[in-house]
Structure formats: C-alpha cells, structure tokens
Write a protein that binds this ligand. Sequence first.
Ligand SMILES: C[S@@+](CC[C@H](N)C(=O)[O-])C[C@H]1O[C@@H](n2cnc3c(N)ncnc32)[C@H](O)[C@@H]1O
Length: 446
Amino acid sequence: MARRNRSLGRPRPGSSVPAAPSQTITVTVDTIGGGGTGRAAVDVDGARRIVDIPYVLAGETVAARLIRPRGDRFDAELLQVLTPGADRQEPACPHFGSCGGCALQHWPDSAYAAWKAQAVTTALGYRDVVPQQTVPMMRTAPGLRRRADFTLKRTADGAVVGFARRASHAIVDLQACPVLMPALAELVPPLRALIPEVLPRGADAEAVVNWTDTGADILLIPADRLPLDLDSRVALAAFAEATDVARVSWGGRRMAEPVVIRRAPRLRLGPVDVEPPPGAFLQASVPSEAALQACVRAWLGSARRVVDLYAGVGTLSLGLLPQRRLTLVEGDKAAVAAVDAALRKAGLVGVAQAHVRDLARDPVPAEELNAYDAAVFDPPRAGAAAQSAELARSHVPVIVAVSCDPVSFARDARTLIDGGYRLEQLLPIDQFLWSPHVELAALFRR
Ligand SMILES: C[S@@+](CC[C@H](N)C(=O)[O-])C[C@H]1O[C@@H](n2cnc3c(N)ncnc32)[C@H](O)[C@@H]1O
C-alpha cells in the first residue's frame, strides 16, 4: 500500500511498502544525503524510517531491498530504477553501480558539484560554523588519483584485483578505473598475474600503490602474515622489472620489508627529497596537494616559527624551508624517520626537526604551542579533538587546518572558535572525485 511520506512532505506516487529487512520496497527518492546515497522515508513494521539507497537520484522511483538497520535507519541495495530522473547520465566507469569506490557518476557534473559544496555547508551548519569567506570548490579531473588501495585475492580458478563492492567484502575485478592515474590503472593486469606467484589459493592481500616522483611504490600486505619464499621473491623482482615499478615491499604497514628497490621512491618537497616509507600517506592527487600547499604558504603569511601537527612525511610544510623554522609532529615512526633522514641529507636539521608523538593521547599543550607563530594541522578522518582543545587554549596567531572530513572538521572548528579564533577562509577541494568525500583547507586567526 502506498503511504504518505510524512516527514518529507507531499505523498509520492508508488512510494513505500511496509517492509522488514531483506524485503523489497518501491520508493521515490526524496534527496541525496551527505553520504551520497538517496534518501526516502518508508514505513517499516509500523514505524517511519529513513532508507539510504545507493546510485539513485532525487525524484526517481526505484525498487530496492532493505539489507540492514543502521541506527534508526535502513541501508538498502538498489534493485532497479523504475522511473529514471531526467538528468540521469551515463556513468564514466563500467563498474559504477557495483564498485564501492564511486557513489555519484550518474549525475551531471554541475549538480554533483553543487551537492558536494552544500554537503560541506550542511556539516558545518550542524556546529554553527560559518566561514567569513568560502572560496569556490576546487575541482580535480578524472585520471589524477595517485594513490590506490587495491584488494588482491587468489581464487579457486585465478585471481582478482580491485576495490570492494559497496557494503560488501566481495571484490570488483577491475577492468578500468577512470579515477586513477593511467599509470596506476595499468598496474592492475600485472598485479593480477602476480597473485598466483605470491599468494596461496584462497588468500588475499592489500596492495597500497603510491605514485611518487620516481614512479610507483607498492606495498603488498598479505591478510595472513605470509613469509616470502625464494620463488616469490624472484616473481616480485620480475614483476617490478616488467612494470618499471620503483619499489615493491612486503609485510605490514609497520614492518614492511622492501623486497625490490629498482629506484628509491622520492617526493620533492621544497629543498628536501623525502623517501616515503612503504604505504606512506600521500594526498590524493598532485594538483590538490599543490592547492593545499599553496593555501598553507599564503595563509601563514610571514610566520617564522611553524609547527606542523599530523605532519606525515611533511607534505604540507617542508616546502616552507629554509626560510622558516619548522617542527613536524607525527605519530608514525617510519614517516618521522623519513623526514629526519631527508632533513639531514639536505643539511636542514638546524632549522627543522621531526618528532614522534601520539597527538590523540598526548597533544602538544598550549604552553608549548605558544612558542610558534603558526600551526598547521591535518588529522586523520576522526579529526583532532584533543589537539584542537590545546590549540584553542593557545595564543598561536594563525592556524591552517586541513581535513578530509567536514563532520570532524566542524567539531574541531567549533572548539577553535569557542577558544577565540575566527574562521576567516575555507577552501573545499574535490580531491575524491565522484565519492561523497571532500577535502577542506581552512584559515583560523585570533
Ligand atoms: C591526513 S594524514 C596527513 C599527513 C600530512 N599532513 C600530509 O598532508 O600528507 C594524517 C596523518 O596523521 C597521522 N596520525 C594519525 N593519528 C595520529 C595520532 N594519534 N598522532 C599523531 N599522528 C597521527 C597519520 O599517520 C598521518 O600521517
């Protein structure tokens, strides 16, 4: 029976059938939510629930299956678009609709971009965070993603390489990916051919592929700690030779063994050449990284003493050398060792130092922060709750915040604003093309 959608306004033809998980519903989508999924309201066992349905557009009538409750909502999988929206467009990728990597290729670019910009405003609005100026969102083109995290699996009759299907552990065996740099996409067939040489039947692994200034740097992380025998080492060397990969490492992120080094992977950051550790965090594309670096440089103004918190391999701050004094703080020991080695090699240890510190458990206190003219911070998705509280207590005149999650950013921004900072500028960067994720760079001053 069609029911009125009470929370979201007018009744829609064909909307909603009472349903329990795993049952099929027919609904008309009301809006695209912050996660990039369509939202509709249906009655489930007598209670009105919001259902999230992927790969749909607002106004479309679709058949979907409820797959699981999530809080007071339900996740659904799309079965069929019964009435396509007028603006639905052909997706750029043949895997769209199954691959979990992209959520929004079926929307015209202008509508997608407007939705993404609005998602940022909405997330900030929940915390009453209003920037004095928001710069129009910087866009990135397809074919630029320079970092990929592939899943590899040896199956009964071969091997698959790809990304997880949406809401599933199953792997989409990748034939194409318009998001990736072509050089990374071209590694997929050779990786597929490599799998039977290094993984036993049924085993899986992760391949973290970073594109550096000297080519691809690959870390293979077997799901079970598999030692490498001689034959596997020979196979890895042949793979690296055939694909002209710079380095192939094997093991966990914390204890990877570089097995083949044909060239040292390098990242040029200002006057410093960093050799990133296997699997190092890199920004998603070179142009978006350059935009973040440009924000940091411009917004720091004449600040001389700078602290870079959650510094990684120094992507955002090493380019400021040698004119400024720099302290880099990072939780990952291998990243800090890489920065330290690079600074020594460049003869810059007198002006910059890198330290290992867990900033969630042991944030740099306000009293120490007061020694700096500016702070840069770029935490992981969860944000920097403890460190923001210390920054909010400090007198540091300028803070440049970088974030890949508007929700945690909004929370941390609220902490800074309550501590007396003004959010003067905000630049959203669409560096995670066709996904619901967005990068932010922000300037705070007191
Ligand atoms: C989003 S990345 C940014 C790295 C770097 N700023 C860049 O632009 O490449 C976040 C960094 O925070 C580090 N990190 C995560 N949790 C941390 C913690 N509790 N304490 C210190 N660093 C942490 C990660 O290792 C990673 O290098």
